[in-house]
Design a protein around this ligand. Structure first.
Ligand SMILES: [Zn+2]
Length: 221
């Protein structure tokens, strides 16, 4: 029964899309998610409201960009997901949203520096903004995103939105929430000139603490 492949994953994707819509990070179908699977990745389809989407509507695409399962058209922004999943082997899931404060920073073509500890832990570095590419040029946007994102778990798409990564969908969602909160704080503090970034060495140590020690006895100090 190929329709039932990764059924529970698709159910989780639907739940997250509906939640993101409720949070105001997705408006209508403007926003999409992907999750890595052995065949490549599962991505949300194009032009179907998340209120009526069904697990059978999802599309599976190979890391080379070929549709391998599903009868619908994949999201028009699939190429952005593909490039990041191909490039970042430790990324298991991606959320592309238009969350308002982070998008506001993307409209200033500014980066979000690491100035609060949850950004160091979850995002793992300064979030950079791409050069501006018109919304319809999906391949060009994907290329810019691929060039701009590094080890950190997020990137801003100039005058467009954000892309957040995680080892799983839950972590990608938290990354989007942390980035949105940091962007809100940055705007509240009056822009990048007023916030003081956390020194680089601590960004790395906080990230490593979260990855390898968080919630274990080693994290006691
Ligand atoms: Zn978009």
């Amino acid at each position: 029964m190929p329709e039932d492949t990764h059924h529970s994953l698709k159910v989780e994707m639907i739940e997250k899309c509906r939640l993101l819509e409720k949070m105001g990070y997705f408006i209508g179908t403007w926003g999409n998610v992907s999750v890595r699977v052995p065949e490549g990745f599962i991505v949300t389809p194009s032009r179907i409201a998340y209120s009526v989407i069904d697990p059978s509507d999802f599309v599976t695409v190979s890391l080379e960009g070929t549709v391998v399962a599903g009868h619908r058209l994949p999201s028009s922004e699939t190429e952005i997901h593909r490039v990041v999943l191909a490039r970042k082997g430790n990324t298991g899931a991606i959320i592309h949203s238009h969350s308002p404060y982070a998008t506001a920073v993307a409209c200033l073509h500014q980066n979000v520096p690491v100035f609060v500890e949850d950004m160091a832990q979850i995002i793992g570095g300064e979030v950079h903004c791409t050069r501006y590419v018109p919304a319809g040029q999906h391949r060009k946007i994907a290329e810019e995103v691929g060039k701009t994102i590094g080890e950190e778990n997020a990137v801003l798409l100039a005058n467009h939105g954000v892309l957040c990564c995680g080892r799983n969908l839950e972590e990608a969602l938290v990354a989007n929430q942390i980035l949105e909160k940091a962007a809100l704080m940055m705007m509240a503090a009056g822009g990048r000139g007023k916030v003081i970034p956390i020194p680089e060495e601590f960004v790395t140590s906080e990230r490593n603490r979260f990855l390898y020690k968080y919630g274990t006895a080693k994290d006691a100090s």
